[in-house]
Design a protein around this ligand. Structure first.
Ligand code: GLY
Ligand code: MN
Ligand code: MN
Length: 438
């Protein structure tokens, strides 16, 4: 992504902040997997959204109208010894030259410099509660200034969470962001196709996961956007099953929920297919209910409709289907009103998607469901889960778990399914699997 794109985002944010303000935003801390072994570092999404800067130990400060520059980046100093071990750092020079900062200071000097930047400011945009150590430092800086107020120093009077402004920006994706999201979705769709072609009874769930990861990385996505769910048979009824340890059985379904992260943007795709390549009659009937619900819900994705429209539609189609198959009995409206479908469909139909898999952005405004607007991206992912021993449910439906999930962009006139590159209709899935099985 270009430096102009990041500059544009900072400008928009500062326009929203107004005069007499400052924003302070630290990036994510390094996380350890065990003892001194680190997870691959990933910057905080808000921080990266505004900077494109992926080193740890960095803080962005934005001060609209500051004479010596509005964008200040605190980051690590260059250090020849440490760079031999873990690679190069931008340093203060790089922060200015490569990342477009107006000013950059060593992160270790922040306690000396930050109070000065807070002088003359009325409002501080800072989100409390994410990093408690850093919260304390911000409060200390402000208190330090308050102590000098008798000598005429103008001190900030108000703290405002940065989230709302920033997350509203992140909710509407730019063309740069959509390019990355399209790529994340197409890489992920291709990986799901590979999993369908390779899957056969006797393989282990983790072997299918290995195929997904192979495909992601081969196509340029170094990491999955979240832990892949690969659950055969009964495991498909565990919503966040990530053990991926069991053997795949002939006659069972396999549910895969996996998406790649590309250039910091996530895809989130679920597909469910028969391990032996052919849906049984019961699997086919239940699958078709979920697919009909998903297709109907996707039709609701268009500007002007509200956030909950796809969910309400999915719930209706699923409840109708459950009545038709004899899994629920009663009147449609009553069953919906009493939320009887929740025994088998207990999650919501989607979430915002972007840099974070469960992306930022409010779902309600003033207690009303938010209207969909062009540039928003959401998932549409209804499912049905019928574990063994489900009360009053015929055994033929037991241990069937199905979820179908696509990534959908709201366009000016309707929607675009970003993850359309992997089949989801029964014939399409069986065809793809038959080609592979020979
Ligand atoms: N993969 C998590 C979700 O579908 O929300
Ligand atoms: Mn998912
Ligand atoms: Mn999802």
């Amino acid at each position: 992504m270009s430096t102009q794109e990041f500059a544009r985002r900072r400008k928009h944010l500062m326009q929203g902040m107004g005069d007499g303000t400052i924003a302070i935003l630290p990036t994510a801390p390094t996380q350890f997997r065990n003892r001194d072994s680190e997870y691959h570092y990933r910057p905080d999404s808000d921080f990266y959204y505004l900077t494109g800067f992926s080193e740890p130990e960095a803080v962005i400060v934005l001060k609209p109208g500051r004479e010596h520059g509005e964008y200040i980046l605190f980051c690590r100093e260059r250090d020849a010894k440490s760079e031999i071990w873990v690679g190069s750092r931008a340093g203060q020079e790089g922060a200015v030259e490569q990342y477009g900062a107006d000013d950059s200071f060593p992160i270790d000097d922040m306690d000396d410099i930050l109070p000065g930047l807070l002088e003359g400011v009325d409002r501080v945009f800072y989100t409390m509660g994410d990093h408690s150590d850093f919260d304390k430092r911000v409060i200390d800086w402000v208190n330090h200034l308050h102590k000098q107020s008798r000598s005429g120093v103008h001190t900030p009077g108000e703290f405002i969470a940065l989230d709302h402004l920033l997350h509203d920006l992140r909710l509407i994706k730019s063309s740069f962001e959509l390019k990355a999201m399209r790529k994340a979705a197409s890489i992920s769709a291709k990986a799901h196709c590979r999993a369908m072609r390779i899957c056969k009874p006797g393989m282990h769930e983790y072997q299918i996961e290995a195929e997904l990861i192979h495909s992601f990385m081969h196509d340029g996505a170094r990491f999955p956007a979240y832990s892949s769910i690969v659950g055969g048979g009964a495991n498909a009824c565990v919503l966040h099953y990530v053990d991926n340890k069991d053997k795949l059985k002939n006659g069972d379904l396999l549910l895969i929920d996996a998406g790649a992260e590309y250039d910091y943007y996530a895809a989130d795709i679920s597909r469910t297919f028969p391990i032996n390549g052919k849906f049984s009659r019961a699997q086919r009937e239940l699958y078709q209910v979920v697919l009909d619900a998903q297709l109907a819900a996707i039709e609701q994705v268009k500007p002007g409709n509200h956030w909950n429209d796809p969910h309400e539609t999915a719930v209706r189609v699923i409840t109708e289907g459950l009545i038709r198959l004899g899994i629920l009995t009663g009147k449609l409206e009553t069953l919906i009103e009493k939320e009887k479908y929740k025994t088998f469909y207990m999650h919501r139909t989607g979430h915002w998607l972007g840099m974070d898999v469960h992306d930022v952005g409010d779902y309600k405004i003033d207690d009303e469901w938010r209207q969909l607007e062009a540039g928003m991206v959401l998932t549409v992912e209804p499912g049905l889960y019928i574990p063994a021993n489900s009360q009053d449910v015929d055994e033929k439906w037991w241990d069937i778990g199905i979820r179908i999930e696509d990534d959908v962009l709201v366009t000016k006139t309707g929607h675009e399914v970003l993850s359309a590159g992997v089949p989801k209709d029964i014939d399409g899935i069986e065809y793809m699997m038959s080609v592979a099985h020979g």
